[in-house]
Design a protein around this ligand. Structure first.
Ligand code: MG
Ligand code: MG
Length: 261
């Protein structure tokens, strides 16, 4: 069941996503060689709570932390912990926050730790660009498959593997609502996109093959070939006939400056 949101609900969802956006901006300050992934999680939780919100992922389906922190070959759902970030790593940070009104923000960004290879930069750039290709297709009258196909085509043309096992999703008072928003699919298929639909679009793209394996009780999703993977996510409302991006990478950009991909 797809819940279409009112204008008022879309504004509440935007509020939640702005908390997430600012949290990712705080996290960006700590993505440095020598810091642990746990540190990123602590920074995020403290900031979210300082805003009168609660972490959206902690405890959901049993997830133990505020952030999913996924390093290098980990695609998504990595547990923050004692891992120490190293020059040349990439780290995908997925963040959720719930506001007092009960709406969920959800957004993710893949950071570079120090200098990374050109090849890895290209993976990050392509994954982020594919997110915006997907968003362009998120207009009333199109179908979810048009978003999926836009992401898939963009990434596969450039030689990357598109993860099949995990998808984007509707978002609202629940973190995961209908419809599913896969990163692969055929044009003109799937649910019709309508005004009031709110979805998280989140390409998960591998440098090598599309295949993944699940570890740590199914949480830690990593590439089978152990090549790196990237993950970028925006929450988007279909509003007044167009895609309105509710989350934002602006706070990350402010911190990273020229290092913003
Ligand atoms: Mg997310
Ligand atoms: Mg999501």
């Amino acid at each position: 069941m797809i819940y279409l949101k009112t204008d008022e609900e879309i504004e509440l969802l935007r509020e939640a996503n702005l908390v997430v956006a600012r949290t990712l901006g705080e996290v960006a300050k700590w993505v440095l060689p020598g810091e642990t992934t746990r540190k990123l999680d602590e920074v995020a939780e403290e900031y979210i709570r300082s805003q009168g919100c609660v972490p959206g992922f902690k405890g959901l389906y049993g997830f133990p932390a505020t952030l999913c922190v996924s390093v290098n070959e980990t695609v998504v759902h990595g547990f923050p912990g004692s891992y120490v970030l190293r020059e040349g790593d990439i780290v995908s940070v997925d963040c959720g926050a719930v506001t007092k009104s009960g709406f969920n923000g959800d957004s993710a960004y893949t950071f570079m730790v120090g200098e990374v290879s050109e090849e890895v930069k290209r993976l990050l750039r392509t994954t982020k660009e594919s997110l915006y290709e997907g968003i362009k297709a998120a207009v009333p009258g199109n179908r979810i498959g048009d978003i999926s196909n836009a992401v898939q085509t963009y990434c596969e043309k450039r030689g990357y593997g598109v993860v099949r096992e995990l998808t984007g999703h509707g978002v609202g008072k629940k973190l995961h609502e209908d419809p599913e928003v896969p990163n692969y699919g055929r044009r003109g298929t799937g649910p019709l996109i309508k005004n009031g639909m709110c979805i998280a679009i989140e390409p998960m793209i591998n440098m090598g093959s599309k295949n993944v394996v699940m570890e740590e009780g199914g949480w830690n999703v990593r590439t089978r070939d152990r090549k790196p993977a990237a993950h970028f996510e925006h929450s988007v409302a279909i509003h007044n006939g167009k895609a309105d991006i509710l989350s934002s990478f602006d706070y990350i950009q402010e911190v990273l400056g020229e290092r913003f991909i």
